[in-house]
Design a protein around this ligand. Structure first.
Ligand code: 4AD
Ligand code: MG
Length: 446
């Protein structure tokens, strides 16, 4: 396909190109005022666009009088158009500055409510404005690369991208994190309400869809009423999920490893500047090699207990445990064979039936779980038994049980938390820094 040219790409030069020394003798840029100060006859205006920042000097002697007055007057975040000569200058940030010959203010900004060293709460309340910050821009560029790398990897393997509903009535990941919604039906004279949950995972729907397409993936929000307030929990997060027919757990783990390596190499080749800006130690990412280490849940239990924890078979690993386990690791770590209670849909391990043929993948450097997945129970009778064992009602899984009755096959799948992955790759100290509008139990605005 021939791509059309992007409008105005010749009229205005992205700041990045000027900093790379690629610009002509005279350039036009457009953007927003990032910093500004002025003396009697000179205004120093640092301008930003989506690609970077550059210092511009506006001299009373070189521009029209109104241009100079406006350059002095305009507050930060005013939108501007500027024409001038790029000059190499080691004193300027990035090594280049523009000496303006024209300076036009497109819109004068009011006093911007965000200044230096603001509290996290203030930045969250002003998220609609904080999204202009260079930190957010860098993290969101990396995030975009992760989305693309996930899509490219599975598309290349011939998996089909599909969508599943967000309103459901079947709990996939346990009742305690379900969001309930009630829906008023105005046509219903009795004032009857319909109840649904918000989806925690596409998995049950994926297992149904898989019978037609065999190999599928999705990228969608999942919802969890998370009571835990940690640096890695959101109530609405982006979930990258895969399901595949005729595939066993260990095979899926190998494919996932390839996916993680592809995501890392994509970010390294596309977002070096952003990683550097965020202060990420890039060598840590460069040194990650497959295959990743694997440990059984039981071994992890012993290891954690030897580190001073007091855990027994069946206990879940939370943030504290995973942090302790991974903070000195340099590569991701697989944990397999979790206890049966982890999920009704995972297949019990025939060689050790108190454990499951499943896995989590933990990111190193203290980040912990980014993937949960495994092989599904494929026998209809065994599935009913497992649902009962977990204290659930087989009745409410009617259609899900139905799909096992018509040519069931072994199959495996997983879910990757995109926000957690980006947080790890960015070296961020909180998941909220890598999603445009974070949602938690206490925040649904802006
Ligand atoms: O481990 P989980 O709960 O697994 C599932 O949902 C499976 N049904 C997926 C599947 O097999 N298709 O969630 C998968 C991943 C976690 O490893 C984590 O990265 C992310 O989703 N995740 C969250 N991310 C941010 N905030 C939350 N509250 C999250 N809960 C899960
Ligand atoms: Mg999990």
């Amino acid at each position: 396909m021939e791509y059309p040219e992007f409008p105005n790409s010749e009229e205005y030069t992205p700041i990045q190109e000027i900093l790379q020394g690629k610009a002509k003798d005279s350039v036009r840029i457009r953007g927003w005022i990032y910093r500004t100060r002025s003396s009697g006859k000179l205004a120093f205006v640092v301008v930003r666009d989506s690609t970077g920042i550059i210092q511009c000097t506006v001299s009373r002697e070189k521009v029209e009088e109104t241009d100079f007055a406006n350059a002095r007057k305009a507050l930060i975040e005013s939108s501007i158009l500027l024409e001038g000569e790029p000059v190499k200058d080691d004193r300027a940030p990035g090594g280049w500055e523009i000496r303006a010959s024209k300076f036009e203010v497109f819109h004068f900004a009011e006093t911007f409510p965000i200044t230096k060293d603001q509290s996290d709460e203030h930045l969250l309340n002003n998220r609609h404005l904080w999204l202009r910050s260079r930190n957010m821009v860098a993290a969101l560029k990396i995030r975009s690369t992760v989305f693309k790398a996930f899509r490219d990897y599975w598309t290349e393997l011939d998996f089909t991208e599909i969508q599943s509903p967000s309103f459901t009535t079947s709990a996939c990941e346990g009742g305690s994190t379900l969001f309930n919604v009630s829906i008023d039906d105005e046509n219903e004279k009795s004032g009857q309400k319909f109840y649904a949950h918000l989806s925690q995972s596409w998995q049950l729907y994926a297992e149904a869809t898989m019978f037609g397409l065999e190999n599928i993936f999705t990228l969608a929000p999942s919802f969890r009423a998370e009571k835990s307030r940690t640096r890695r929990h959101l109530t609405e997060f982006w979930h990258a999920e895969v399901e595949s027919a005729w595939l066993h757990n260990h095979q899926m783990m190998n494919l996932e490893e390839g996916m993680i390596m592809h995501i890392i190499s994509s970010v390294l080749s596309k977002n070096r500047a952003e990683l550097e800006f965020l202060g990420r130690d890039i060598s840590v990412l460069e040194n990650i090699k497959a295959p990743f280490d694997k440990m059984k849940y039981e071994e992890v239990l012993d290891k954690l207990n030897s580190m001073g924890f007091d855990l027994v078979w069946g206990d879940d690993f939370g943030y504290k445990e995973e942090k302790a386990l991974t903070q000195d690791l340099k590569t991701p770590l697989y944990i397999t064979n979790f206890p049966k209670e982890k999920g009704f849909y995972h297949r019990p391990d025939p060689s050790d039936p108190k454990s499951l043929v499943c896995h989590d993948l933990l990111a190193p450097e203290g980040y912990g779980e980014i993937i949960g997945g495994g092989e599904r129970v494929w026998s209809p009778d065994e599935l009913v038994e497992r649902i009962r064992e977990e204290g659930l009602d087989p009745e409410s899984y009617g259609w899900y049980l139905d799909i096992r009755k018509f040519g069931s096959v072994p199959h495996s799948g997983f879910g990757l938390g995109i926000d957690r992955t980006v947080s790890w790759l960015c070296g961020s100290d909180h998941i909220k820094h890598v999603i445009p509008f974070p949602r938690t139990m206490r925040r649904t605005t802006p």
